[in-house]
Design a protein around this ligand. Structure first.
Ligand SMILES: Cc1cc2nc3c(=O)[nH]c(=O)nc-3n(C[C@H](O)[C@H](O)[C@H](O)COP(=O)(O)OP(=O)(O)OC[C@H]3O[C@@H](n4cnc5c(N)ncnc54)[C@H](O)[C@@H]3O)c2cc1C
Length: 308
């Protein structure tokens, strides 16, 4: 029996664990990946907005987190697959056969990039699919590329790629780009960039690696193929809640609904970080929410133990 089981070891889960440990709670963290850190592994840009610490990228920030985690006393299991979970009973079964029980659960499972789910998307991973313009632009220098999406992340990546690629085609299904004005204004005079609005990517084509994409424009024209060597998809994210569906109240966008104590509709089940924060997902928001959850759990358990 643990006091707290935390699911997910990104910024939110690690912060919750760190605080739980500091507050004297018996804490176990379950992480499905082989490594801790979550999205920090995908942050290739400098992090200048985490108060008190500037780092060149997410990996460097994670090194700081890891140093603190190593010194802390909580248990951390990576590469774990949760087979089933009963939130009300606080019981978790792992694929490996272990059965776990706790008094409180913290859900810190974050978000995953939304996929197009079109042919070629998975097959060409590492063979022309661009994960990040910051990281990959030198490898695609001199090549024609396509960016899917119309928000800040898509347009920012398109601008970076346009510094080194002869053509960058932005494909966006909406009528207008949603990105902030300063990005769109920089995009318009850029001769390398063409924007197809009201258009969708339907296929990524190639043999050994990406050679073309198929696009359908909603203006009634037939699908057409565009020769490109790289494709970057930035169409938002979705919360990782599959494990808890049917057991938890979610908001309209599918994020876990929480109180200001970070508690879900199930007593003693908390959620923190991006999985419960559609409005302003940030590292500081995630670590702050993790701390709140830990402090509330400690107060409740201390009160119960004092009265017992
Ligand atoms: C490219 C990029 C740039 C960014 N730049 C900044 C920035 O400059 N400043 C800033 O503040 N924020 C930035 N962010 C956002 C920031 O990285 C996130 O807000 C923050 O890392 C979220 O942390 P989290 O712990 O909530 O979720 P995540 O980092 O998503 O971690 C969730 C963890 O839960 C694990 N998990 C999921 N499901 C399960 C399961 N069933 N069982 C066990 N484990 C599970 C995942 O493997 C993962 O490790 C950026 C994000 C990206 C992608």
């Amino acid at each position: 029996m643990h006091d707290v089981i935390i699911i997910g070891a990104g910024a939110a889960g690690l912060s919750a664990a760190f605080w739980c440990d500091e507050l004297g709670l018996d804490t176990l963290v379950l992480e499905q990946a082989e490594q801790i850190g979550g999205q920090l592994h995908r942050v290739y840009n400098p992090i200048n907005n985490y108060l008190g610490l500037k780092t060149h990228n997410g990996h460097e920030l994670l090194e700081h987190f890891s140093a603190d985690v190593e010194d802390a006393g909580f248990d951390l299991w990576t590469g774990v697959e949760i087979e089933s979970i009963d939130l009300r009973a606080k019981r978790i079964s792992l694929r490996s056969g272990e059965r776990l029980q706790s008094i409180a659960i913290v859900i810190a499972t974050g978000v995953s990039p939304r996929r197009l789910n079109i042919p070629g998307e998975r097959e060409f991973a590492g063979k022309g699919m661009i994960e990040s313009a910051t990281r990959d632009k030198d490898s695609f220098a001199g090549q024609d590329v396509c960016v899917v999406g119309g928000g800040d992340a898509a347009v920012e990546n398109a601008l970076l790629l346009a510094e080194v690629c002869p053509t960058v085609t932005v494909v966006h299904r909406g009528k207008k780009l949603r990105a902030r004005r300063e990005f769109v204004e920089r995009l318009q005079p850029n001769h390398a960039v063409t924007v197809f609005t009201e258009s969708v990517l339907t296929r990524i084509i190639g043999d050994e690696r990406v050679e073309a994409v198929e696009i359908i424009r909603k203006d009634g024209l037939k699908p057409f193929q565009l020769a490109v060597r790289g494709v970057l998809i930035r169409i938002g994210v979705e919360p990782n809640t599959d494990l808890f569906l049917e057991q938890l109240e979610l908001d309209q966008q599918g994020y876990v609904a929480v109180t200001r104590e970070q508690e879900t509709n199930v007593p003693m089940v908390f959620a923190c970080g991006d999985v419960s924060n559609p409005l302003a997902p940030t590292i500081s928001g995630a670590t702050g929410a993790g701390a709140t959850a830990a402090k509330v759990i400690a107060q409740r358990l201390n009160a119960q133990r004092t009265h017992a």
